[in-house]
Unconditional design. Structure first.
Length: 288
């Protein structure tokens, strides 16, 4: 099935800048919403190699784009080239959503943390930030967005564990006493009394080994979530489900992070529901 979206000469245009970009589900995701809401507009994949990304981003206003998403490996460049930043983009240190303002300047936003927390709330209805400590595994760019979102949701304590301890320490220093570093060898004990556990590493992704984390100490009341969504149920989520925990897969983070951009570019607040999820999943299966 092809996505037929009619665009007139007045159509609003946005896209996703990445390298590579062919694997991105964002065109399919936004295409679904464009059709659902009958928007005169288009959302296109923009494969931009790192040597030309500055020119491409600066050209967006001149090409009449309303803005664009920015994905790997360009999120830091987009951060640097933004004329203004939202508070959350500044704190996360990356930009995944560019909005062309009426005066042609670029507003940089980062909706990854927002997508993460909205997905967690939707998938684990009883979960509340203040309920208890969080354990975050991994200390890359994704971990920073997750930590900002968890702190904003009122999580009282975050235990951060990363294979390379030094990287976790550097990240923790940005946040103050609520974020503590747990040595990689002690990550399993950090799960005692945790209310939520988040994998932000690539472990568990198709083609990668499973995350090596024993859940023996984890209370059954904890929620376990993974930012990996290929497969939807990672070995970590399968183990957590068997342990009796509520689990939340990572696909919803991708769906929810797209909402603020769509609203800004196309003027409609879009909804995440089962039909959207099924549409994006079908696209992922087709790509395999
Ligand atoms: P990002 O793309 O999020 O900025 P990244 O550099 O891809 O970050 O890092 C992904 C995370 O996966 C890191 O926390 C990394 O741990 P290191 O800092 O020790 O490299 C983690 N990771 C990757 N492979 C891993 C493995 N085999 N075991 C445990 N953690 C791993």
């Amino acid at each position: 099935m092809t996505d037929l979206v009619t665009v007139t000469g007045h159509g609003r245009i946005a896209g996703v800048i990445g390298w590579p970009v062919a694997h991105s589900q964002s065109p399919r995701l936004h295409g679904f919403w464009l059709r659902r809401y009958g928007v005169d507009g288009a959302y296109v994949p923009l494969a931009v190699d790192p040597t030309h990304v500055e020119e491409a981003i600066r050209a967006l206003p001149y090409l009449g784009f309303r803005g664009s998403n920015v994905t790997v490996p360009h999120k830091e460049t987009a951060f640097r080239l933004s004329d203004r930043l939202t508070e959350r983009a500044r704190r996360i240190g990356a930009v995944n959503t560019l909005i062309v303002e009426p005066d042609g300047t670029l507003l940089g936003d980062c909706t990854d943390g927002y997508g993460f927390i909205e997905n967690l709330k939707a998938g684990a209805s009883g979960w509340q930030g203040p309920a208890g400590p969080a354990v975050v595994i991994g200390a890359g760019g994704a971990a920073r967005a997750v930590i900002v979102a968890l702190l904003d949701a009122g999580v009282p304590e975050i235990r951060l564990s990363n294979r390379t301890r030094e990287r976790a320490e550097r990240l923790a220093r940005e946040f103050g006493p609520a974020v503590t570093v747990v040595d990689w060898d002690h990550r399993a004990s950090a799960l005692a009394d945790a209310a939520v556990v988040v994998n932000t590493t690539t472990q568990g992704m198709q083609g990668h080994p499973a995350l090596d984390l024993s859940l023996d100490r984890l209370p059954e009341s904890a929620v376990v979530t993974d930012i990996v969504y290929t497969p939807l149920e990672t070995p970590l989520l399968a183990a957590a489900r068997a342990h009796g925990c509520v689990t939340v897969d990572g696909l919803g983070m991708l769906l929810h992070q797209a909402r603020p951009g769509f609203a800004a570019w196309f003027g409609v607040e879009p909804e995440v529901d089962d039909a959207l999820r099924a549409h994006v999943l079908a696209g992922m299966k087709r790509a395999l």
